[in-house]
Design a protein around this ligand. Structure first.
Ligand SMILES: Cc1cc2nc3c(=O)[nH]c(=O)nc-3n(C[C@H](O)[C@H](O)[C@H](O)COP(=O)(O)O)c2cc1C
Length: 188
């Protein structure tokens, strides 16, 4: 079955926003991506899911590398600008530079990275998996730069700032829960 864009059911997911940078037939580019996650620790592997109609798709397919700058809580406008137009019609990088956004040259790949993000990740493309109307790019992490800012959250089509943690159960309640788990420990 389909689960279309904007459907109420898709509003139950919470994600980061990856500012995906690439360089290829469309030149230096940036796009916003909510379908992004770390999927392996050793080696570190990132996945991003990109629609084949994106200029970024063509760039990554040809260059076989991409940058991910995890947007900070101060980069919501940058995310909207990066996700609001295509490099097929607008030179977003130069427009963003004129608007005051700063980029630096990635250390190990030939792309620009966003300054002041929560985290910058440089990836070499490992694998491309066609999934429905999107393509999953799996990238090996080859360089990172840890920023000081907090990550921006994306949920229900809106940007959020993570502030309140949910407290753990009281020790007594935890002890009780453990007792029940012990009762169901499987015999070897
Ligand atoms: C918050 C946000 C999240 C997005 N997530 C994705 C995504 O996960 N995958 C995708 O292909 N497009 C996503 N988009 C849409 C692209 O960013 C948008 O189509 C962009 O214009 C593509 O740029 P390009 O053609 O220059 O690559 C998202 C847009 C926004 C604003």
């Amino acid at each position: 079955m389909d689960l279309p864009h904007g459907d109420d059911r898709t509003k139950k997911f919470v994600s980061c926003v990856g500012l995906i940078t690439s360089n290829g037939p469309y030149g230096d580019n940036i796009m916003a991506c909510e379908w992004i996650h770390q999927v392996s620790y050793s080696p570190g592997i990132m996945m991003i899911s990109v629609k084949t109609s994106r200029a970024s798709y063509e760039n990554i397919k040809q260059s076989k590398e991409f940058g991910i700058s995890i947007a900070s809580t101060e980069q919501n406008t940058l995310s909207s600008l990066s996700g609001g137009s295509s490099a097929k019609v607008i030179d977003k990088i130069n427009a963003l530079k004129e608007l005051g956004y700063k980029f630096y040259k990635a250390k190990k790949i030939n792309v620009l990275m966003v300054e002041d993000s929560a985290l910058n990740i440089e990836c070499k493309l490992m694998k491309e998996v066609v999934l429905g109307d999107y393509v999953l790019f799996l990238g090996e992490i080859i360089e990172t730069k840890l920023g000081e800012k907090e990550p921006l959250a994306y949920h229900g089509g809106k940007y959020w700032k993570l502030e309140n943690t949910i407290p753990k159960p009281e020790p007594e309640k935890l002890a009780n829960l453990s007792k029940v788990l012990e009762k169901y420990r499987k015999k070897k």
